[in-house]
Design a protein around this ligand. Structure first.
Ligand SMILES: O=C(O)CCC(=O)C(=O)O
Length: 305
């Protein structure tokens, strides 16, 4: 088992869940795959929720049979989606990569029905295509160091339907594109076809990736809709993109670890700026006390098992 010392003032050594090979792929390629991250029963349960929500929104929003649909902040929409934030196979890997002081930045469900061939004529990821190449970033971009985006966040994609066929709506990532400048002098993304990886996976697979990777989506020419979920994790001192605070009804019944991941501090709303907010305010997202970082105790306990 790999061991490492995590960064930060509360650093300590503990055994890691991530393997040396996963860490190498994450650093060099920008992603790794976990086949069978979800059991068939988990896939089935999640598909039931996706189908129920998709049917509801399709009706409410008048979506046509070919229209793709995405909904964000799914952790607030359904308890089954909320339960995915601390999935026991995945969260230890997230903690090994990002450290303890993290939260959910975004969560989304995506349904991509079969497309009409006439809507798929542009090249993969072309600027004028249905899904241009991009990396995920806030407006005005992430900071860069020598033109390269440091590790700001990671995402986990859970694929619920069969994507083994070429052009079945799978995500494509550009291997290693997080380690270099991404645009040429004309502002166009630099994509070497040899580096494109189409994530052709079976239901239940997960993609663990850096969102700094350039990515696009293949057209869905299969006969079935593509259904997947994404959860993005970043540091707590960065603001989430899907919420400022989750509604009290969303937080009700959550464990301390889930509360942390949902952006809460665990000590109530009066102590967000510390014990002496008038004279010595200090954001608890910046300097969490032990009670405000249950993920640390959780990770250490997991490592001990
Ligand atoms: O797989 C997909 O549908 C694309 C996902 C994506 O662009 C993202 O999560 O940022």
């Amino acid at each position: 088992m790999q061991t490492a010392t995590l960064h930060g003032s509360s650093a300590m050594s503990r055994p890691l869940a991530i393997t040396a090979e996963q860490q190498r792929q994450f650093d060099e390629d920008g992603f790794f795959l976990m086949e069978d991250a979800l059991s068939p029963a988990e896939v089935e349960e999640l598909i039931d929720v996706v189908d129920e929500l998709y049917a509801k929104y399709r009706k409410e929003r008048g979506l046509g049979q070919h229209d793709p649909f995405q909904i964000r902040n799914i952790v607030a929409i359904h308890p089954r989606f909320r339960a995915m934030i601390d999935h026991p196979k995945i969260l230890p890997l997230v903690v090994d990569v990002m450290g303890y002081n993290i939260q959910i930045r975004t969560s989304h469900m995506d349904v991509r029905p079969p497309m009409r061939p006439e809507d798929t004529q542009k090249g993969l990821g072309a600027k004028d295509s249905f899904f241009p190449w991009h990396s995920d970033a806030p407006n005005f971009g992430w900071p860069t160091v020598d033109g390269v985006i440091p590790l700001m966040e990671m995402k986990v994609g859970y694929y619920l339907t069969d994507l083994t066929q070429h052009n079945s709506g799978a995500i494509c990532v550009v291997r290693g594109s997080h380690r270099r400048r991404q645009k040429d002098g004309d502002g166009n993304y630099i994509v070497d076809p040899a580096d494109i990886v189409e994530v052709n996976v079976r239901p239940g697979a997960a993609l663990v990736w850096r969102t700094a990777l350039l990515h696009a989506v293949t057209p869905n020419l299969a006969s079935h809709a593509r259904k997947c979920l994404y959860y993005g994790y970043n540091h707590r001192w960065i603001r989430p993109s899907d919420y400022d605070h989750q509604e009290p009804s969303v937080l009700e019944g959550c464990t301390p670890v889930q509360l942390q991941l949902l952006g809460e501090l665990g000590t109530g709303s009066t102590l967000y700026n510390g014990e002496d907010p008038l004279v010595h305010p200090v954001s608890r997202y910046w300097r969490p006390s032990d009670e405000e970082i249950p993920l640390k105790a959780w990770a250490e306990e997991q490592a001990g098992q």
